[in-house]
Design a protein around this ligand. Structure first.
Ligand SMILES: [Zn+2]
Ligand SMILES: [Zn+2]
Length: 223
């Protein structure tokens, strides 16, 4: 019960983030989990459950490995990568091309060994969408939601998979319509005030409109 309460509080807070609420929460989660992985790249975690999980997953996906590298120390990156290289060398030593092909295919997004970060974020995403659906049955949260930017299109589509309440779906379609309209209007105003002497007239919403417009269409970076 405690956990459910904190999840709804977290979601309520993200509704006024000026972005897709689910994207905003996942971005923070991604950074927190990445930091945890960076912390576990120390020597003392060799052979830990964390590192075993990474080996079993054949490492992170391309996007998360480079994100990991961005905030990790060079030694931490070298340590984590060398464990994975050791595993790769064992596969290469079998000298069988098909073993290598299977191993590489398993690393892919749909392969048996998923990127652990992608996996954890997916689990969180499902939890957020389910919780949001429950929250949007209440008028108080509907009002808060409507004032924000609304879900990005990828999350809007996923939300529909979890929506069990027809009036919530109807509400979502209507709000998506008005929120998208608002972002488009802001972007158009932003462009119309592009002349140097008019830039001072640009509102905060208009200055953020290009980012919001792209996030509305495709979701946060790395989705
Ligand atoms: Zn989103
Ligand atoms: Zn990943």
């Amino acid at each position: 019960m405690e956990e459910i309460k904190s999840a709804s509080e977290k979601i309520a807070g993200s509704l006024s983030s000026g972005r897709c609420p689910v994207c905003a929460m996942l971005r923070q989660d991604e950074f927190d989990i990445l930091c945890e992985w960076v912390g576990k790249s120390d020597d003392k975690y060799n052979g830990s459950n964390f590192r075993d999980r990474l080996l079993a997953s054949n490492g992170f996906c391309n996007y998360h490995f480079w994100e990991f590298e961005r905030i990790s120390s060079h030694y931490g990156s070298a340590r984590v990568a060398s464990g994975l290289l050791e595993q790769l060398i064992r596969t290469l030593r079998t000298g069988k091309r098909e073993n290598l092909a299977v191993a590489l295919k398993e690393r892919g997004p749909t392969g048996a060994s998923r990127c652990p970060l992608c996996f954890d974020l997916e689990q969180k995403e499902i939890g957020y969408l389910r919780e949001l659906e429950m929250m949007l049955r209440e008028d108080m949260y509907k009002t808060m939601y409507l004032e924000g930017c609304g879900l990005c299109i990828p999350h809007f589509i996923k939300f529909l998979d979890y929506a069990r309440n027809d009036s919530v779906v109807e509400f979502l379609f209507q709000s998506e319509n008005s929120q998208t309209d608002k972002i488009r209007a802001s972007a158009m105003n932003f462009i119309s005030k592009r002349a140097p002497h008019r830039r001072g007239e640009q509102t905060e919403d208009e200055k953020k409109s290009y980012f919001r417009a792209i996030e509305k269409l495709v979701g946060r970076r790395g989705v």
